[in-house]
Design a protein around this ligand. Sequence first.
Ligand code: PL4
Length: 406
Amino acid sequence: MIKRNPHLAKLNAGYLFPEINRRKREFLKNHPEAQLISLGIGDTTEPIPPYITKKLVKAAADLGTKEGYTGYGHEQGMPALRKKISEQLYNNQFKEEEVFVSDGSKCDIGRLQQMFGAAVTTAVQDPSYPVYVDSAVIIGQTGGYHPETMNYHDITYMPCKPENDFFPDLNQTPRTDLIYFCSPNNPTGAVTTRDQLTELVKFAHKNRSIIIFDAAYAVYIKDPNLPKSIYEIPGSREVAIELGSFSKMIGFTGVRLGWSIIPNELCYEDGTPVNKDWSRLTSTIFNGASNMAQMGGLAALDPEGLVEMQQMVTYYMENASILKQAFADSTYKVYGGVNTPYLWINFGKRRSWDIFEEILQDAHLVTTPGSGFGPAGEGFIRLSSFGHRENILEAANRLKSFLKSR
Ligand code: PL4
């Protein structure tokens, strides 16, 4: 018999999203007639648009030919895609060697933890995407869990609440090696301003920390004054890694494609470039993103693909606005839903899982409880705008009735 990995044993209960699915299944078992609508897990629903689909189909068909077949590729990604990501999304700021293609940003988060190891200290926004904390737990960075505070001992939680405009008070934040930061934020929907991001970059410089900037929802930013990338901030190349994803950009949640940027200037204390280790780690434990997915990524960054991407984003953002409108007559405060596909609703002193259950039982809507994203999410519910329009309209009606009955 072998001993269980003690770090895995430290993880609290189930991972948030399977837990939501478990409760949904349980509800359906007891109410098989219910027409549930999910505003819970942020998963895209609309078909991949025609230009990109055509290229994906061609990529698959080519694999069935002698001339078109390809096997293992570059672990760091197709050179053409690395180049195109830099050209189309970063004004050509990065050399090919600074861009790494992957099977999605969640997987990159896990591999980054593996690269940095157990000895580093980590700060996260509270609330935040649960993978940052859970993967830190698995790698052994976190110490024990305190159920009363819902905190892991060695993680620094940076509260992001309405009171501080969802931006942490950096004067009160101790130094850590890594800082996970997400904008547009999952779950609060807050989009960090240029001034705030400049403050964060300065803070990282002062502390010689590395920011892991999760830009999975950057394409949803329409306000030209808001930064879509941390690299719009001077000095960020020396202190930041950026993670990007095709998942919410173009409906590749199932196709699986993402990227990371690690600029050459980002170095360890001994002067070794961080991307040297990232390239090495990638070669060792990752065999590269699927060749078909990468062809899809190339298509998404063609002019035709970029148009399709914008249409998809507009569709989901109209959904967000419909859902937001449902709260117009209610006293509950709603954040997000603009420049971001998530809405973050404050239910005051109520517990998130209680509200989740109430909305599930009374309105037959699946949501995500805010406390699943960290202690500061208690009392909030997150709504996702990813959904078919007819379902979003129906969900908005049900929400209105639910809110009226309170
Ligand atoms: C459910 C801030 C969703 N099973 O698809 P990826 O791996 O490129 O991106 C995942 C990701 C990365 N960064 C942020 C994200 O919000 C997400 C996806 N989050 C959500 O509802 O919060 C999907 C969650 C999925 C999961 O566990 O990631």
